[in-house]
Design a protein around this ligand. Structure first.
Ligand code: SF4
Length: 665
């Protein structure tokens, strides 16, 4: 276990980077000018474990209020450092930098403006723009240096400036360059109390940008500044947790990341248990870190060679396996539902994995999130399954089935069983493989033998070492194995939240890097506790099958490998938010959750919302008290409509653009 060695940065009494533990933080959602509410919420966050609390400062008034908030907290005995969140207003940043421990600036809007214009710059014009930034940004750097204030240069994928977009496009390179311009200016002033972030609502872009930033800093400066990790606008409930865990967990496991924030559209104190679970899972050895990795020669980090340069449909499934029927070969990853421990299986149980049986008509209704394979262990079922799901059983049980049934059921072999079998299925044979046995099997020439069998689908898991890394290394070490690979992932955690993180950090990270043709999640149903998250039950925890199936599809959706539901990009809300974001998100979700593949952004304010809703198809943005503005992509299509009718208007808009379908009840 290693971590990338970064510079140590002091934020008040807190040290970030270097050999320090990964720090966890959050951001308040109250109106900053409501001092009582902001102080109370900050205290709740601190008590929940926040080591740093960010507060929005949209104008000079709020920046000044931060000083009062800080005093009130200190008087109450809390010395947790505060961070001012700045967008568009250098004046507010310069005030806040004199009052509190850290300021966050967004290079996309600190000096540059965003009007979604495409401008062709000559090199001279471009350099003149960077000089303009230097002029406007340097005073803040000097104030921070004088007052010992730290700074985060926080790039957001969704709010890159027109200038950066015009030259680099909507890419990770653009995100990195946007931050590097500011970082170079600060270094020229010999100011180094800097933390950087590269956030996106898409974990693939986010991970790529952080990896690229590390490489760029190492290459240009021979050192790395601490990194603040986060996935923006991740949303709420399980999807928000999964998206964040995939993005943040992938990087933490690679040794990248010094402080994290999990942004959820929920009260900020609920973000902190998720942060803790994530750090515990990804870096079990902290705070006594086993090893801190110094910059290797040439600055090359052990990142995945499968990482896409750009996210395009034909990069789906980057390992490029050869298809075995419906599995692999660039087809969407399949989902295996695990019913091994169920004593019997009856049609009603399949509702948990997307199949609803209607006895009077003897028909199955199939949901978008319906599993493709059903692992039964050592039992058969006595009813006809829908045609879209195939049963899988242990090979020793399969051999005992009557010949007619052997065609319908698919066998799962261990390597030893397969080596000695006298029979196998003519179409698909699953092979369960613990990668810890890979070396032994290799010396026995096992992989050469299965290489030539066009019916084999590997089901890989790992019982020794960090599973994501070990499985990835195995697959990368065996490019000759072109068989499709199903990632088998088992969680022994007792809570829903921890299981979500376990699955996201292993399976999610592998899919994010293009590894995997299928997913098979398992847990121990006896250990599952009926946990309420954020004070409410948002998961179908009553059914472990449903939980596992939903989680599998959510991981595939978050890594954009298989889209089976509506995607929501919702901001975590802050002091600028103009409506009840949680309630509105729930309302919009309940009206639109059946619109497979549609991306809807729900953003709290018109100042940052439109810039940060990334690649959403439709946007619902607060534009004034009780007023909503609706967007189609980046274009305003309904301005300042009454919030009472805004959800209805959003549905009308979806209809106008052919994105609406009636729900089948
Ligand atoms: S988009 Fe949301 S989180 Fe971002 S500034 Fe506006 S209200 Fe705050």
């Amino acid at each position: 276990m290693y971590r990338l060695h970064t510079r140590e940065v002091r934020v008040g009494n807190l040290a970030i980077g270097g050999t320090n533990p990964v720090r966890i933080q959050t951001m308040t959602t109250t109106d900053t000018l409501d001092i009582d509410a902001t102080v109370a919420q900050t205290i709740r966050c601190i008590e929940a474990g926040a080591e740093l609390v960010r507060i929005t400062a949209p104008s000079k008034k709020e920046a000044e209020a931060l000083g009062v908030i800080k005093e009130r907290l200190r008087a109450a005995g809390y010395d947790t450092p505060l961070v001012a969140d700045i967008h568009f207003t250098p004046n507010a940043a310069e005030i806040a930098a004199r009052l509190i421990e850290k300021v966050r600036v967004n290079p996309g809007n600190y000096v540059d403006k965003k009007k979604f214009d495409f401008i062709e710059y000559t090199d001279t014009e471009y350099a003149a723009e960077v000089d303009r930034i230097r002029e406007r940004f340097t005073p803040l750097v000097r104030i921070c240096k004088e007052y010992g204030t730290a700074m985060r240069i926080g790039t957001n994928h969704g709010s890159l400036s027109d200038r950066i977009m015009s030259r680099y496009g909507d890419t990770a390179i653009g995100m990195v360059e946007s931050a590097m311009e500011f970082l170079r200016i600060a270094r020229n002033e010999d100011y180094h109390q800097i933390v950087l972030s590269m956030k996106s609502s898409n974990p693939i872009v986010m991970v790529e940008a952080y990896r690229l930033l590390v490489r760029t800093m190492l290459h240009e400066f021979g050192e790395c500044y601490p990194l603040h990790l986060g996935v923006t606008e991740a949303g709420d409930g399980e999807d928000g947790r999964i998206k964040s865990a995939i993005g943040i967990g992938t990087l933490l496991e690679e040794g990248i990341g010094d402080t994290i924030r999990v942004s959820l559209t929920e009260d900020p104190e609920f973000e902190l248990p998720v942060c803790k679970d994530l750090v515990k899972k990804a870096l079990p050895v902290q705070p006594g870190l086993a090893a801190v990795m110094d910059v290797p020669d040439g600055g090359v980090l052990p990142t995945s060679p499968f990482m896409p340069a750009n996210e395009t449909a034909d990069l789906l499934n980057l390992r490029r396996s050869v298809a075995v029927r419906t599995i692999g070969g660039g087809q969407v990853p399949v989902v295996m539902a695990d019913f091994m421990k169920a004593e019997t299986v009856v049609p009603e149980q399949l509702e948990a994995i997307g199949y609803q049986y209607d006895a009077p008509t003897d028909k199955w209704a199939i949901a978008d999130g319906a599993a493709d394979y059903l692992f039964l262990g050592a039992k058969a079922i006595n009813f006809a399954l829908p045609g879209t799901v195939r049963p899988v059983v242990f090979s020793r049980f399969w051999k005992g089935l009557p010949e007619a049934q052997q065609a319908d059921y698919l066998p799962l072999f261990s390597p030893e069983e397969w080596k000695t079998t006298d029979r196998q299925h003519s179409a698909i044979n699953f092979m369960l493989l613990d990668v810890k046995d890979a070396d032994r099997l290799e010396t026995q020439g096992f992989f050469r033998k299965i290489e030539s069998d066009p019916t084999i689908v590997l089901c890989v898991y790992c019982t020794e070492g960090p599973p994501k890394k070990t499985i990835a290394q195995f697959l990368q070490a065996h490019p000759e194995l072109t068989a499709p690979v199903i990632i088998c992932d088992m969680s022994a955690a007792a809570t829903v939240d921890e299981q979500l993180i376990d699955f996201s950090v292993t399976s999610g990270a592998l899919f994010l890097d293009g590894l995997g043709d299928g997913i098979w999640l398992m847990n121990d149903p006896d250990r599952m506790q009926d946990v309420q998250v954020s004070g409410r039950t948002y998961l179908p925890v009553g059914s472990t099958h449903q939980f596992l199936n939903n989680t599998a599809f959510s991981i595939l959706q978050a890594t954009r490998k298989r889209i089976s539901k509506t995607e929501y990009i919702s901001c975590p809300s802050c002091g600028r938010t103009l409506f009840d974001l949680q309630e509105t998100t729930a309302k919009i979700r309940s009206a639109t959750h059946h619109l497979k593949g549609v991306k809807i952004a729900i953003m709290g304010c018109i100042v940052n919302g439109p810039g940060e809703m990334a690649d959403a198809d439709f946007g619902y943005v607060g534009s004034g008290p009780g007023k909503i503005t609706l967007y189609k992509n980046k274009d305003i299509v309904r301005k300042n409509i009454d919030s009472e009718v805004a959800v209805e208007e959003l549905i009308n808009l979806l209809k106008e653009h052919g994105a609406w379908t009636e729900r089948v009840s």
